[in-house]
Design a protein around this ligand. Structure first.
Ligand code: SF4
Length: 362
């Protein structure tokens, strides 16, 4: 299995949007001007909008509209309401957003159910205002801070709820700024983010002071066909080792766990690859988060319109309904499948990654 992953390793391509839109309010911020300069240096057209309205002007054809939206980066300003933090169970006490949207094309993407409108990527220019909010939430954690086995992490802040912050970092630089901010923040806090990308180079030299945990969101190559536009799994594993060598706390987010034929062998191979990638690394304080595949009626409809030919199983057979805290229904695997998956992961992880801590199963 190890050989299989190594053979499939190939260099990752960095995302290159077709256009970068910058709103009038965003241009007041130095960060927006830096993003525009980076894009212009890559010969990406930068369009300065006359107002704060994003006139997207997308084609009527839904396929072309999707493609054009996915190829659009917009630099905007996070409003006061968006800068107000929300709890984000089970990952962290609070969610901090640097952006909304992601350029990748994962057939199961959870953003399809949480973000409305065309799937453009919006990044926020007003980082100083976003960072200024954070101290108000220290010591007020309602998720990990109240957990008996995670309270030692301090107040936790999750930066990958509505985006993959590493997938756009080469254009934004926002994640580096946030890691640097936490590194110089003398408080019991921890920044967390997860990614399906491998472009960690800009993060390696930051004075993070152990206050950031990066988790790599992984699935075995068997399911790579569902993760268009992301970095190859082997490249993510190499990046994980580089982050561990740079002193970061690292982790694995196995997400979403897919109970398709051959899953035991596929996930067994993946976990063995994680062990091999970290073999001999300085204590990476490895954690594992386990998230099973789920969808809502709304996210399913959006995903099926975006990826009509996908082989990803979203049939009601073998599924159970679960009510979310917002009152909507999500479809998770049925109890028997959940039990089989959970007992397998909870037995295999200690056997394969003996020093890893499982943070949660969902
Ligand atoms: Fe969605 Fe994550 Fe895939 Fe981006 S990388 S499309 S956020 S699942």
């Amino acid at each position: 299995m190890a050989t299989q992953l190594k053979e499939k390793a190939r260099p990752s391509r960095l995302w290159r949007p077709n256009r970068v839109l910058v709103t009038r309010a965003a241009r007041e911020w130095r960060h927006a001007r830096q993003i525009a300069e980076r894009a212009a240096a890559l010969d990406i057209p930068v369009i300065e909008l006359a107002s704060d309205r994003l006139g997207l002007d997308l084609p009527d054809d839904p396929r072309r509209a999707y493609a054009e939206a996915k190829a659009t980066l917009a630099v905007t300003v996070a409003s006061a309401s968006k800068r107000k933090l929300q709890p984000i169970a089970p990952s962290a006490d609070w969610r901090v957003d640097l952006a909304e949207g992601c350029p990748a094309h994962c057939n199961y993407c959870y953003l399809a159910g949480s973000l409305k409108g065309p799937p453009i990527t919006r990044v926020y220019a007003n980082l100083p205002e976003i960072f200024a909010e954070l101290p108000n939430y220290v010591g007020r954690g309602t998720v990990t801070s109240r957990s008996s086995h995670r309270a030692h992490e301090g107040t936790t802040f999750e930066a990958s709820c509505y985006t993959d912050p590493l997938g756009i970092e080469h254009l934004t630089g926002s994640l580096s700024s946030l890691i640097d901010h936490f590194g110089s923040w003398d408080a019991e806090v921890q920044l967390r983010f997860t990614s399906k990308f491998d472009a960690v180079e800009p993060l390696l030299g930051i004075q993070h002071r152990g206050r950031t945990r990066m988790r790599f969101s992984l699935n075995p190559p068997l399911f790579a066909r569902f993760e268009g536009g992301t970095s190859p799994v082997a490249a993510r594993l190499r990046a994980m080792r580089r982050m561990a060598d740079a002193g970061y706390r690292v982790g694995v987010t196995v997400a979403p766990i897919i109970a398709a034929e051959g899953w035991q062998e596929a996930y067994g191979g993946l976990l063995a690859e994680v062990a091999e990638a970290l073999d001999g690394a300085p204590d990476p304080d490895l954690t594992v988060e386990l998230i099973t595949h789920r969808f809502t009626a709304g996210s399913k409809a959006v995903l099926q319109s975006w990826y009509p030919g996908s082989a990803l199983d979203m049939h009601p057979d073998g599924r159970a309904e679960k009510r979310t805290k917002f009152g909507s229904i999500k479809h998770v695997y049925d109890a028997a499948t959940m039990k089989a998956l959970r007992s397998w992961f909870e037995a295999t992880i200690p056997a394969t990654l003996p020093s890893a801590r499982i943070l949660y199963w969902t």
